[in-house]
Design a protein. Structure first.
Length: 565
């Protein structure tokens, strides 16, 4: 028998949340009414209740269940309060899988842009967590520039009380606000300020309270609700080929104001989950697109403005929203027709239609970026990622049609698949899954070249440029870069000094790669003009045009593939 009276109805709710018959809907309504009256004494059970409600909210059977789930979620601050008052261990509610529940708090280390963002939006709720700061001595080299006479202590004494020094200097300002104000006044560049702050590794404590940033409350306007009255789409029912051949998704561009508001929300909701994404921290609100994917799902995707862009690959990030509930996120790195996809459905919603969401995402990326070849990083498959090993992530993607990019791992996967067929109940051992996750997986759209990208890594391009720098310029980056710019300029017959700042920066990044192409000067004038157009597009308004231009240049593609393979 369950030791806690809420355990049985909660377990039944978790069991029925993926069932959508009228009989199950009526049962869910009764369970919600019963749990509404219950008092939760165990934080673990309260966390499970929270996640079940969010799942039901994203996949409601009917309007009554939708409204009831929303009403119950609105009570969580008052449900957490008595647990906190009783001195209960609330750590289970701070677990990264479910963090961000209203009424809770957690500590995490964030980078400079996110620290600034949180301090500005939640000044009374986010501050330095001195109790969790295990290495406050990191402040020693930095703080003397802002606190007079601190050198007397930090340069020669052990166990410097940095909190006391900051408390003496900050007046009535919170510690974080005081430090960020000093950094804002400092004459260093934005990159130097970020580097100095990040080196401090300061844990921040966020008291969520009833904040709209809490996952409990974070919603987007849902518009027309999709009520789930049929079974969820299983992975076995998803075909990536069919998904890529399906009609284009309806698209619209958001205004810059709406794009900026959405990026603020994305920074909030990522931070509430201990996460940061480059594309959210530095996202460009002018590039935000909204796609209607069907079944109540909208996909938002944005790019980066020119300064924080990567040197070679195009970067995009985005969010999945189902019936107004944030259910996952993604980021992509694209070069020519290849797109590396980081796909993440939040823990709460992994019993939903993850495979279908993945197919819709690939369709959108093909539609917006023109990419036809999709790869999955080893980390997502389980390389140094215990969660992915436990979830069997390798088989999720293998059964969708992705293949390992190493022949020996293709053979291993085939042998494991044969064992699964022949031996009922067989599960691939964790050690074998770890081996299968040693390299990336890839899916090439039918009709696309097969195997061209199997040995390519963007890192290899950088390594080739670094070896040239060591060999010809004694390891001097400045000399190597200047020489590469001069060689690429002469080979292409262009005048980048006449270009705008962003296009000139893109050329500077590409120059070390162009200088590695031995026959670049012998390319046709049309090919050289095309390369110049690609470089200028890299510094243009959107990187999607950069990719489209690249995809039309097979000679540049062959050269880059050769250097990176």
């Amino acid at each position: 028998m369950p030791s806690d009276p809420v355990e049985f109805p909660l377990a039944r709710l978790e069991q029925l949340k993926t069932s959508f018959t009228p009989q199950d809907a009526a049962h869910i309504e009764r369970l919600l009414a019963r749990l509404e009256r219950a008092r939760f004494r165990d934080p673990v059970l309260l966390g499970r209740f929270h996640e079940a409600l969010l799942f039901v909210l994203a996949h409601p059977c009917n309007a009554r269940i939708l409204r009831h789930s929303e009403r119950l979620l609105a009570t969580f601050t008052e449900r957490v309060a008595p647990l906190r008052a009783a001195g209960a261990d609330l750590y289970p509610l701070e677990d990264p899988e479910i963090s961000g529940i209203a009424g809770t708090a957690f500590s995490a280390i964030f980078t400079y842009p996110i620290a600034c963002h949180l301090a500005a939006r939640y000044p009374g709720a986010v501050d330095m967590d001195w109790e969790a700061y295990e290495d406050a001595s990191r402040m020693g080299p930095s703080l003397p520039r802002w606190i007079p006479l601190l050198e007397e202590d930090t340069f020669v004494e052990a166990n410097v009380p940095f909190k006391e020094w900051v408390d003496a200097a900050r007046g009535r300002k919170p510690s974080l606000a005081w430090l960020l104000a000093r950094l804002a006044e400092w004459r260093g560049s934005p990159e130097e300020k970020a580097g100095l702050y990040d080196a401090l590794r300061i844990p921040l404590r966020w008291e969520m309270g009833d904040s709209p940033a809490a996952r409990t409350h974070t919603r987007l306007p849902a518009g027309r609700i999709y009520y789930q009255r049929t079974p969820l789409i299983r992975r076995s029912e998803v075909s990536l080929e069919a998904a890529l051949d399906s009609p284009p998704l309806p698209l619209r561009r958001l205004s810059a104001r709406r794009g900026a508001a959405l990026l603020d929300l994305l920074r909030d909701t990522s931070a509430a989950r201990y996460r940061e994404l480059w594309g959210f921290s530095y996202g460009d609100p002018d590039t935000m697109l909204e796609a209607e994917a069907g079944r109540g799902v909208r996909i938002f995707v944005n790019g980066l403005p020119p300064p924080p862009r990567l040197p070679l690959r195009a970067y995009h990030a985005g969010l999945f929203v189902k019936n107004g509930v944030l259910v996952g996120y993604f980021e992509t790195l694209s070069l020519f027709e290849r797109c590396e996809v980081g796909f993440n459905v939040y823990y709460t919603f992994r019993e939903g239609e993850s495979a279908w969401l993945y197919g819709r995402l690939l369709r959108l990326l093909n539609q917006v970026l023109g990419v036809t070849c999709f790869s999955m990083d080893p980390y997502q498959l389980g390389h140094h990622n215990e969660e992915a090993i436990k979830a069997g992530a390798f088989w999720f993607y293998r059964k969708l049609g992705l293949r390992p990019m190493r022949p020996d791992l293709v053979r291993l996967a085939d042998a494991e698949a044969e064992k699964i067929l022949r031996r009922p109940g067989y599960r691939t051992p964790a050690r074998t899954l770890e081996r299968l996750a040693e390299c990336a997986m890839i899916y090439e759209r039918p009709g696309s070249p097969v195997g061209d990208w199997d040995r390519f890594e963007a890192r290899k391009l950088g390594m080739a440029a670094a070896r040239r720098m060591a060999r010809s310029f004694g390891g001097d980056a400045r000399r190597a870069r200047e020489a590469a710019i001069e060689e690429a300029t002469a080979a292409l017959g262009i005048h980048p000094n006449r270009w705008g700042d962003d296009a000139r920066r893109a050329f500077t990044h590409w120059a070390p790669v162009l200088a590695l192409i031995p026959d670049l000067a012998r390319w046709s004038e049309a090919e050289k003009r095309a390369v110049a157009a690609i470089l200028r597009a890299k510094g243009g308004a959107e990187e999607s045009r950069y990719l489209r231009l690249m995809q039309a240049q097979p000679r540049l593609r062959r050269a880059v593939l050769r250097l990176g393979s």
